[in-house]
Design a protein. Structure first.
Length: 479
């Protein structure tokens, strides 16, 4: 177990790990960040180069309590460790921390990687001391930063690995050197960066297996359209392959998924043994997601009993399926907040989940959509192509915002067309038009297209109505 009295780092240890030179006295380091606004007393400040040069904020970081800074030129305000390149220094620090964890896992995928990573973390927490990526810290900064933040004596850790362009995932996996790694799904996400489309995305995702430790386990989604490419990547890396999916022959096979008001009940076969377990999640995609989590936890030496306990208690993350009953005059409607991100795969999974949700008396299944981003030349076809999935799911009304979602709006039958506005902000301003009593309303879109504005406006409808009523009553009394 990590010792509460053992510092995360000392300044001299950081200098040794990075090949840098400490200017000033040694000091204990409790955490590290590159954002001077997030500094806590005892932190290491990383002066990285980005849109702004981090060195400009070193004095502010020291004033906020930073113990030491990692820099590539001298700074004022406190002791610093001088290295040739601060990003390379962070990478070296991450590699030096890597072996603090006995077992390490890594997660990537076009859909679901953050939620799956955090569900795995929930199991690791129950099994012993653990560490994991926070938020979506999954890029060339986030992965080494997460490694470098790992306490000494950590038993197990799991890391999220993402990409925007070809060639990113393999090097990040080499940093982590996972003992188990998985690809949740492959789909048309960041597809504009790949000349061969989804096949290129699949090969990039499969690069997560390149960093596997000797004898490492690759967990592969056999139900994915590009499973063969992913499996080939795993086999090329010499991994032991474990699969999850719908078909006989999978190591973890989904037999049934029944959603209800409290989550869902899953029936599955695990290594030909029939199991049944509860989820706090009700989205249908969590049937396969949960099998991926179970296989990853098993690979990280966590018992099935502990894995199922973790899944039963793992709640949806913010913007990734959280459900809320919104109280408005006369009753409630249900809001499903899927506003954090979106792509064609997650959209279609969301439609299926929404179509299975029970509604109140007179209620409808309503979806509010904002643009999917980073689809390049495929954007028109992929937005218009959502229409058949909406029809198949039996949804009742579709509200949209954004120029790309206008394409979907026009492709829908008139009976399904709700409101369309040019921006999410404009649609959010008219939230009262989007829902009525008994409805189940799902909000989904790319983070950059501001779907969260609509979700927040809908969540606050009840508050706004109550405030207006109180104000009106107060005005009546004063009159």
């Amino acid at each position: 177990m990590p010792d509460a009295h053992t510092p995360l780092w000392t300044a001299e240890a950081i200098a040794s790990a990075t090949g840098g030179r400490l200017h000033g006295p040694d000091a204990e380091v409790a955490g590290l960040t590159y954002n001077s606004r997030e500094i806590q007393p005892g932190d290491l400040f990383l002066a990285l180069h980005g849109a702004r040069d981090g060195h400009e904020f070193a004095e502010a970081a020291f004033a906020a309590g930073a113990t030491v800074a990692l820099v590539d030129r001298p700074v004022e305000g406190g002791p610093y460790i001088l290295v040739p390149d601060t990003l390379k220094g962070l990478e070296a620090l991450g590699v030096a921390a890597r072996d603090r964890a006995r077992l390490r896992g890594a997660v990537t995928g076009s859909v679901g990687k953050t939620s799956v990573t955090q569900a795995i973390k929930a199991g690791l927490d129950l099994a012993g001391s653990s560490h994991a990526s926070i938020k979506s810290y999954n890029n060339h900064i986030g992965v080494p930063l997460t490694l470098a933040r790992m306490p000494q004596g950590t038993d197990r850790a799991v890391f999220e690995i993402g990409m925007n362009h070809p060639g990113e995932i393999g090097p990040l996996s080499q940093f982590v050197r996972p003992h188990a790694a998985c690809v949740t799904t492959v789909g048309p996400v960041h597809i504009e960066a790949f000349a061969d489309g989804e096949a290129g995305v699949a090969r990039e995702k499969a690069a997560i297996f390149e960093g596997l430790a000797l004898g490492g386990i690759a967990v592969v989604n056999a139900a994915d359209a590009h499973a063969d490419i992913v499996r080939q990547g795993a086999e090329k890396a010499g991994a032991v392959v474990r699969t999850f999916g719908h078909d006989a022959g999978c190591d973890a096979r989904l037999l049934d998924f029944v959603a209800d008001s409290g989550g869902a009940t899953v029936t599955a076969e695990l290594d030909e043994r029939r199991i049944e377990y509860r989820l706090a999640q009700s989205g249908v995609h969590w049937g396969l997601n949960s099998l991926c989590v179970i296989l990853m936890l098993q690979a990280l030496d966590v018992s099935l009993e502990t894995a199922l306990q973790a899944l039963a208690g793992f709640q949806p993350l913010a913007g990734r399926g959280q459900m809320k009953a919104v109280k408005v005059p006369g009753g409630t409607f249900t809001l499903i907040d899927e506003s954090y991100n979106a792509n064609p795969l997650s959209m279609k999974a969301g439609f299926v989940s929404l179509g299975a949700k029970p509604v109140g008396p007179g209620g409808r299944r309503v979806v509010v959509l904002t643009d999917m981003l980073e689809l390049g030349e495929h954007s028109r076809a992929l937005h218009e192509g959502l229409a058949p999935a909406i029809l198949a799911a039996g949804l009742d009304l579709v509200h949209t915002a954004g120029p790309q979602m206008r394409l979907l709006h026009d492709a829908l039958p008139p009976s399904l067309r709700g409101e369309w506005r040019a921006t999410a902000a404009e649609l959010a301003a008219e939230a009262a038009l989007l829902a009525q009593l008994g409805d189940v309303v799902m909000v989904k879109g790319s983070n950059g297209s501001k779907a969260s504005l609509v979700a927040a406006a809908l969540a606050n409808l009840g508050v706004a109505e109550q405030e207006a009523r109180v104000a009106a009553e107060a005005q009546g009394k004063s009159a």
